[in-house]
Design a protein around this ligand. Structure first.
Ligand SMILES: NC(=O)c1ccc[n+]([C@@H]2O[C@H](COP(=O)([O-])OP(=O)(O)OC[C@H]3O[C@@H](n4cnc5c(N)ncnc54)[C@H](O)[C@@H]3O)[C@@H](O)[C@H]2O)c1
Length: 419
């Protein structure tokens, strides 16, 4: 049974995985190129919402250590790669971090090591990019000298019900033996392991999940726009449709998609499909529709102000919730930023309120933070609710002049309308 685990990349995916591996009894080291992250973790401070400081202390007490020094890693039995897979300037895959982490892993391989890639990427990456690099650096052969698998991270940050342990873990090996080794490793961490036919199917499973969300969110976003013109309350229509006990899953309109997954991962798939000479039309359409939502929200804001005889220019606009997701601090790709940018360009005086964000910048400029919600609501000409953080559930919005609720979160009232 392998005992020494190395997690490469200690971010939103790597750190919770390291915690679960520690809890499962593995001896875990975390490697990250950012020295400030490893130093903070070694002093008990977490930078990831889902792993509070107290849990880092527990990990440390159980032997976890973080390092940014490759030379101090030792010889792990299992290496899990959890590094970012962003988009290149041309919106294609940027595998720079995956390649660098693979080189690190390759230099640490010994007979029998298991390497698992968790970073989201296009089908074929494990076999065509990671495998040859590992073989070149280590001199060993996948499936004989070492095991190699892909296992997508399915983490849902901030979800209080599903985490790594109780979410089935999909595992695909580059050979059946590799899959078996990976399943044995994850089987100690997760309640259930689902074997894919190979690494390619495991890679595709993750992209299918995210593309499915992306496309369905785009569907309701497009419907939100025309339902308003048809005088149909889409939120109510979704509520009714969602009572069907089979064949329907509710998705809701919003100000646009954010985070590291939904706006980015489907691009990895459409890039791969384009190499075949044709586009992945569903994804490209979803990108177009979801990408237009910040502009649509801005237009709706302008329209609402206009109906109350006020121009956007000079209007005091308060944005509520600027993170990409409810009740977490992650701001990556949040649609709040393009919305603030568009409003500011039209002359609005934009401020924000968000209990999870101490400071917020748009285009390098600080946006004023409202510390207290009640006076900020009363002072604004227009309040735009972008993220339904729990704290807004109990708030009294009656003093707000105008409210645009982009999430269908607030009860109906005379001073507000939904997207
Ligand atoms: N955040 C999510 O909710 C989520 C969910 C599922 C899958 N994913 C995928 O998981 C992967 C990681 O995402 P994340 O959100 O954890 O990213 P992140 O940016 O939070 O963390 C990645 C960490 O890797 C480190 N790193 C970069 N290059 C490195 C290298 N060569 N060696 C060591 N460390 C290195 C970075 O310093 C950073 O701390 C991505 O492919 C992402 O698409 C993310």
């Amino acid at each position: 049974m392998p005992a020494d685990v190395l997690v490469i990349g200690l971010g939103y995916v790597g750190l919770p995985l390291a915690r679960e591996a520690v809890r499962a009894g593995y001896n875990v080291t975390g490697y990250d190129t950012r020295a400030e992250i490893t130093a903070a973790l070694n002093s008990g401070c977490s930078h990831v919402d889902d792993v509070p400081d107290g849990q880092v202390a527990q990990m440390r007490a159980a032997g976890f250590r973080a390092t940014h020094d490759e030379a101090s890693i030792g010889q792990p039995d299992v290496i899990v790669i959890c590094v970012p897979t962003p988009l290149s300037p041309a919106d294609g895959p940027d595998l720079t971090a995956v390649r660098a982490a693979t080189e690190t892993a390759g230099s640490l391989l010994t007979q029998g090591t298991l390497v698992s890639l968790e970073s989201t990427t296009y089908p074929g990456t494990t076999d065509e990019v990671v495998r040859p690099l590992l073989e070149k650096v280590s001199g060993l052969t996948a499936g004989i000298g070492f095991s190699l698998a892909f296992s997508p991270e399915r983490i849902d940050p901030g979800n209080p019900y599903f985490g790594i342990r109780n979410t089935p873990k999909v595992v695909g090996g580059v050979t059946p033996g590799c899959a078996e080794a990976a399943a044995a490793f994850y089987g100690r961490i997760c309640a259930s392991v689902v074997l894919a036919k190979s690494a390619r199917e495991a890679e595709m499973a993750k992209l299918l999940e995210n593309t499915y969300r992306h496309v369905n969110i785009a569907l309701v976003n497009e419907m939100a726009i025309f339902c308003r013109e048809l005088d149909v309350d889409l939120w109510d229509a979704i509520r009714c449709a969602a009572t069907k006990p089979f064949g329907f899953q509710a998705f809701y309109p919003g100000p646009g998609v954010g985070g590291h997954c939904i706006p980015i991962d489907p691009n990895y798939l459409s890039y791969k499909v384009r190499t075949l000479g044709y586009p992945f039309r569903f994804v490209e359409l979803a990108q177009e529709i979801n990408g237009r939502m910040p502009g649509y929200v801005t237009e709706r804001a302008a329209d609402l102000l206009n109906r109350h005889a006020q121009p956007v220019n000079g209007a005091r606009v308060l944005l509520l919730g600027v993170t990409y997701k409810r009740d977490i601090a992650d701001q990556r790709e949040s649609p709040a930023r393009p919305i603030a940018r568009k409003l500011r360009r039209r002359g609005a005086d934009v401020r924000y309120h968000d209990p999870h964000v101490e400071q917020w910048q748009v285009d390098g400029q600080d946006i004023g933070r409202a510390d207290d919600l009640a006076p900020a609501l009363a002072a604004a000409d227009l309040v735009i609710l972008l993220q339904p953080h729990s704290c807004y559930g109990d708030a009294d919005f009656s003093a707000a002049r105008l409210v645009l609720d982009t999430r269908g979160f607030l009860p109906a009232a005379a001073n507000r309308e939904t997207l």
